[in-house]
Design a protein around this ligand. Structure first.
Ligand code: TEU
Length: 606
């Protein structure tokens, strides 16, 4: 693809829909596909280009759709295949693209492949999943190694019929497929991928796409958690030895028939070199990846991810996490993404800014300004555009539905004998980073049930307490709302595409605790001699006389992540150049010399 005509999936903004909580059309308390269709004009008007629909496939919902029992059927409460065809059509009529979630590291234990596989050691699908003999100690069977499942407990589950264990990196109802077998890979390509591309979708968000290849010697993991029976084993299943081979095979055998589709991979736990190895255009594996550095801030995912042990990160950590992805395109043929939220994370204003009533809207708008100015495909999550925020710490575990959160809470409860102070601590952790924060019904209006479902219906999960203040209907009627600001910023992003979407990023104030200030310029416009990210690390860049002569317009983005006023810090090298205030997230008229509490600004420097 020529530099001056970037693919649609680079310049497009993608809006993620998690169907159960998005919009219910038939008052059964569960969101559905007709509900999605009914909001397409709203999304078009917001200014998004691509919709990513989280799993709508048939599923027993042990992990809310990420446990698929049939890739070619729709979970009945979400609708029918006709509804899906209609959604594809209605998106395309409006010039919107649609991508689906591709969950192929594992299936549900109810998938017909697993049902067959578990019957015996000799059936035709006997090796389609990862089966291992037990360790026998004192005549009793034990898991083949000490790996801990990502949602807690052993990663192995015993099956009587086979007298063997199968591997599940997530819950026990999500057995891992055996990618080592070519037959399995071909079945996945045909049944999960081509079936949907043939129906007209525009690509996939590829779930956990760096986990397919395991260390096939299945060694015990190093003991990182001395108090635990099962140990985090990411080293043995993340970015395994055959990942590249299979991603390239998938492109060659399957995806290449479908033209310029978007394959955005979810790749937790990957350093810069690993990320580059997946997204370098020359390697033809993934279009881009969702990197976890930002959303993992303050958590200890790599060592077991205990939800009650989270801390509030410092702003420089946030900047470095973003800079890692921003820096990816510098002198490479790679492409990146920008996002602060998805269905697995706490809400961004609660985690990275503030949701206190006085500053909640300012913070939502400041974050919108900050991330719409960043390079890469932008992903926003349902409700982010109105500044939905986390649930209260006062909620109890019975309000929550997510298996990861419930397991985490029960673990604390058991470990500390139901001690109320420990339980409260566990709830505080979940109110910060629990996955249900993102899974509360979208607040469409101040009507009962937030307009997500009928007034007399019972939503499948509790509605946020503050829906009367934070909802779409109210914000549609107000020019200074977060929603109106998102709309504005998506227009500004399109207008200044070369700088905001495609440009090079330069950190300016890494070590400031209150502010985040960066410069964006046309990719490659200035040679800074620090091609591999050194500029990011030391927070300033030196320019030669020769490069100064080539300087094109730049933008300076400065965001106040505090409720104090703060100075605007222009890099000295910009002295003498013309500055025009393009946007203030509060209002341009009131934008004096100093940044107000939670204000963000963009200056055009020519
Ligand atoms: O998430 C993968 C992943 O790494 C998660 O374990 C993440 O770290 C965790 O949710 C944080 O609490 C994907 C999906 O996005 C998630 O919803 C699924 O549960 C998971 O895969 C299994 O399919």
């Amino acid at each position: 693809m020529a530099e001056n005509t970037p693919s649609w999936w680079k310049t497009g903004t993608c809006y993620q829909i998690w169907p159960a909580s998005y919009k219910d059309s038939n008052n059964d308390g569960v969101g559905d596909i007709p509900g999605v269709i009914s909001t397409l004009d709203y999304l078009k008007d917001l200014g998004v280009d691509i919709i990513w629909l989280s799993p709508m496939y048939d599923s027993p919902q042990k992990d809310y759709g990420y446990d698929i029992s049939d890739y070619q059927a729709i979970y009945p409460p979400f609708g029918t295949m006709n509804d899906m065809d209609e959604l594809i059509k209605q998106c395309h009529t409006r010039g919107l693209r649609l991508i689906l979630d591709l969950v192929i590291n594992h299936t549900s234990d109810q998938h017909k492949w697993f049902q067959e596989s578990k019957q015996s050691r000799t059936n035709p699908k006997a090796d389609w999943y990862i089966w291992k003999d037990p360790k026998i100690i004192n005549g009793e069977h034990h898991p083949p190694n000490n790996w801990r499942a990502i949602f807690g407990g052993s990663a192995w589950e015993w099956v009587e019929e086979r007298q063997q264990y199968y591997l599940h990196l997530f819950v026990k109802e999500q057995p891992d497929l055996n990618w080592e077998l070519e037959q399995v890979r071909r079945a996945i390509y045909k049944e999960a991928i081509e079936y949907w591309l043939d129906r007209g979708i525009d690509g996939f968000r590829v779930d956990t796409c760096n986990l397919y290849s395991k260390d096939t010697t299945f060694p015990d993991a190093t003991i990182l958690l001395p108090d635990e029976q099962y140990q985090p084993a990411f080293k043995h299943f993340e970015n395994g030895p055959r990942m590249h081979e299979w991603l390239q095979e998938k492109r060659k055998l399957s995806l290449s028939k479908y033209g310029d589709i978007l394959m955005v991979g979810e790749c937790p736990g990957s350093d810069r070199e690993t990320v580059l190895s997946y997204v370098s255009a020359a390697r033809n594996e993934l279009s881009c990846i969702l990197d976890f550095d930002v959303v993992d801030l303050g958590t200890n995912r790599a060592t077991g991810g205990k939800k009650h042990q989270t801390y509030r990160h410092q702003l420089p950590e946030f900047k470095l996490a973003l800079a890692k992805t921003q820096d990816l395109i510098r002198t490479t043929d790679a492409w990146g993404t920008v996002f602060l939220e998805n269905h697995d994370q706490g809400r961004s204003i609660s985690r990275f800014a503030t949701h206190v009533p006085q500053y909640r809207e300012a913070a939502a708008k400041m974050l919108a300004l900050c991330i719409t100015a960043l390079t890469g495909t932008l992903f926003i999550y349902q409700g982010q555009e109105i500044g939905m925020y986390n649930h209260s710490e006062e909620w109890t575990i019975t309000d929550l539905r997510d298996i990861d959160s419930i397991n985490a809470y029960r673990d604390v409860e058991q470990r500390y004998n139901n001690d109320p102070v420990w339980n409260a601590k566990a709830m505080r952790g979940l109110a910060a980073v629990g996955r249900d924060n993102a899974r509360l019904p979208v607040q469409w209006s101040a009507e009962p049930n937030a307009g997500f479902t009928g007034k007399n219906a019972k939503p499948w999960i509790r509605v946020h307490d503050d829906y009367e203040n934070v909802n779409v209907a109210e914000q549609l009627g107000r020019d200074d709302s977060p929603l109106a600001f998102w709309k504005r910023m998506l227009k500004v992003r399109r207008k200044y595409q070369r700088l905001m979407v495609l440009g090079d990023f330069e950190m300016h104030d890494l070590y400031e605790q209150d502010t985040f200030t960066f410069v964006k310029r046309v990719k490659g416009a200035v040679t800074d001699g620090n091609g591999d990210g050194a500029a990011m690390q030391n927070g300033h860049t030196e320019h030669t006389e020769e490069s100064k002569a080539k300087i094109e317009p730049e933008i300076l983005v400065t965001c106040n992540f505090s409720d104090r006023i703060n100075p605007v810090d222009f890099p000295a090298r910009m002295a003498g150049r013309k500055r025009e205030l393009l946007v203030s997230s509060l209002d341009e008229e009131g934008a004096g010399k100093y940044l107000r509490a939670w204000e963000g600004r963009i200056y055009l420097v020519t």
